[in-house]
Design a protein. Structure first.
Length: 151
């Protein structure tokens, strides 16, 4: 996966247009917020198989369970973290140390009391943005749990 030559401007415009958008399952949840940013930066739609498949937490959980069944040869069902691993592997996104995460990379944060959420590293490289039920929030990248390199 390769970033467009003007990916920084594209990501900046994406953030400006979307940081005030309300959370909505299947449209502007954490996964689609990140995948739409990646689509903007690279032209690759990491969420192509997920779009239109869920519209609530319950249907999202069912989609994730079905999509991760038998991932890594295990019959157990997974959630967002397992799905992110699967999509990253399918698209050649390397898992990197949080200290090596850079602007526009994907991060996973296990939000206390909420569960895992996907985010995108901001243009300052210090914070990552996350779409959640309380709107768009940020967390320091170093406080996240996992990072994948985009391009």
């Amino acid at each position: 996966m390769t970033r467009h030559s003007d990916w920084e401007q594209r990501l900046g415009r994406y953030f400006k247009a979307n940081l005030r958008q309300p959370f909505l399952w299947g449209h502007n949840d954490c996964a689609l917020f990140v995948c739409n940013a990646i689509l903007e930066m690279t032209g690759v739609d990491l969420a192509a198989d997920a779009r239109g498949k869920y519209d609530s937490k319950e249907t999202a959980d069912l989609f994730l369970a079905a999509s991760t069944a038998d991932w890594h040869g295990s019959p157990s069902f997974g959630g967002l973290a397992e799905y992110a691993d699967k999509i990253a592997a399918q698209h050649g996104l390397e898992e990197v140390s949080l200290s090596l995460a850079r602007r526009g990379d994907i991060v996973l944060w296990d939000v206390p009391g909420v569960g895992p959420a996907l985010g995108i590293v901001s243009l300052d490289g210090i914070y990552a943005w996350f779409a959640g039920p309380n709107g768009i929030t940020k967390n320091k990248v170093r406080k996240c749990d996992t990072a994948w390199r985009v391009g």
